[in-house]
Design a protein around this ligand. Structure first.
Ligand SMILES: [Zn+2]
Length: 313
């Protein structure tokens, strides 16, 4: 491929640098955003994103992949503005986020219609801009892959085949649905090396994780600092996988949201009292170093894997 689309244009794949692969700069209820804009303080939301991005830039992060897609309040002009102010390379995604149903518009049209809409975001631009998506994102949670989601997963797979950009998923390891996601993608002919099964780090079930890895796909240990798995278990599972030689298959990130309107601030503070976008590079990676994880392994995880995922290697 050679280059990746960021919100401010093409970037050489060799220039991605240290990358946080799954963080949200602004996540909000799309319908509320569109219909009740007075409920939001846009400048405060913007400032939170800028502050978060500047904090990780100071830690050495050069690129952020933001998988906020349709259904999560994606706003590419917002990302562009943050990128321009901070100098951070930001890669946005296309896809449809739902755990159950999709909009009637897509329910009543076929898979290839949806595929074309996704390809438009990658090749022409998003939301009538020329800002292009760098990767694809889709999600399935405890509800499993409903008929509507099957359609989304197949459209994402076909858009991947057409454009070559990689896929990131939201999976639910407790119900093992990462394997079902892989099954659909592989049935549609996607190279597993272009797939990241996100949130695989939400389990410490190594048998399950190995089954995902055996496909050749990448896994996301991408929710450091979050429920549903406590930190000690996330951390010891990661350490074991690194001992087993999987540094070249694992992505580390936080799934941090600079803002998320699903909850009140009080609720967020209660759920994730120590939530921080600086946790991974500030706490987790230094701890890994102390326990003997090598600089080479850390470089592979934070710099190399993203290039190979974009290249389908
Ligand atoms: Zn996320």
């Amino acid at each position: 491929m050679g280059f990746v689309n960021t919100v401010t244009g093409k970037v050489n794949i060799e220039d991605l640098g240290c990358t946080l692969v799954h963080e949200h700069l602004l996540l909000r209820s799309e319908m509320v955003t569109f219909q009740f804009p007075h409920l939001y303080d846009e400048e405060a939301l913007y400032q939170k994103a800028v502050d978060g991005v500047k904090a990780v830039k100071a830690q050495g992060v050069k690129t952020i992949c933001d998988p906020t897609v349709a259904g999560m309040g994606r706003d590419v002009r917002f990302l562009e503005r943050v990128s321009q102010e901070t100098g951070m390379q930001i890669i946005t995604a296309t896809g449809i986020y739902s755990f159950t149903e999709i909009p009637a518009h897509f329910q009543n049209r076929d898979i290839d219609y949806m595929t074309e809409a996704l390809i438009h975001d990658i090749e022409v631009g998003i939301q009538n801009t020329s800002i292009k998506a760098g990767f694809l994102k889709c999600a399935a949670d405890a509800e499993g892959i409903t008929p509507d989601l099957d359609k989304v997963f197949r459209a994402v797979a076909r858009a991947q085949k057409n454009t070559g950009v990689p896929i990131m998923t939201h999976s639910h390891p407790a119900s093992g649905n990462g394997l079902k996601q892989l099954e659909i993608f592989i049935e549609e002919g996607v190279n597993p090396k272009s797939i990241m099964i996100g949130h695989t780090g939400d389990t410490d079930n190594l048998d399950y994780i190995h089954q995902v890895l055996d496909s050749g796909a990448y896994i996301g240990a991408d929710r450091f600092g979050q429920p549903p798995l406590e930190f000690a278990k996330r951390y010891s599972t990661l350490l074991e996988l690194l001992r087993q030689g999987y540094a070249n298959r694992i992505f580390l990130s936080q799934d941090y949201c600079c803002s998320i309107d699903w909850y009140t601030d009080e609720q967020v503070n209660q759920m994730v009292p120590d939530w921080s976008i600086e946790f991974l590079l500030g706490e987790v990676i230094p701890q890994l170093r102390k326990e003997g994880v090598t600089e080479e392994q850390i470089y592979t995880i934070m710099h190399e894997n993203v290039k190979h995922w974009f290249e389908g290697k």
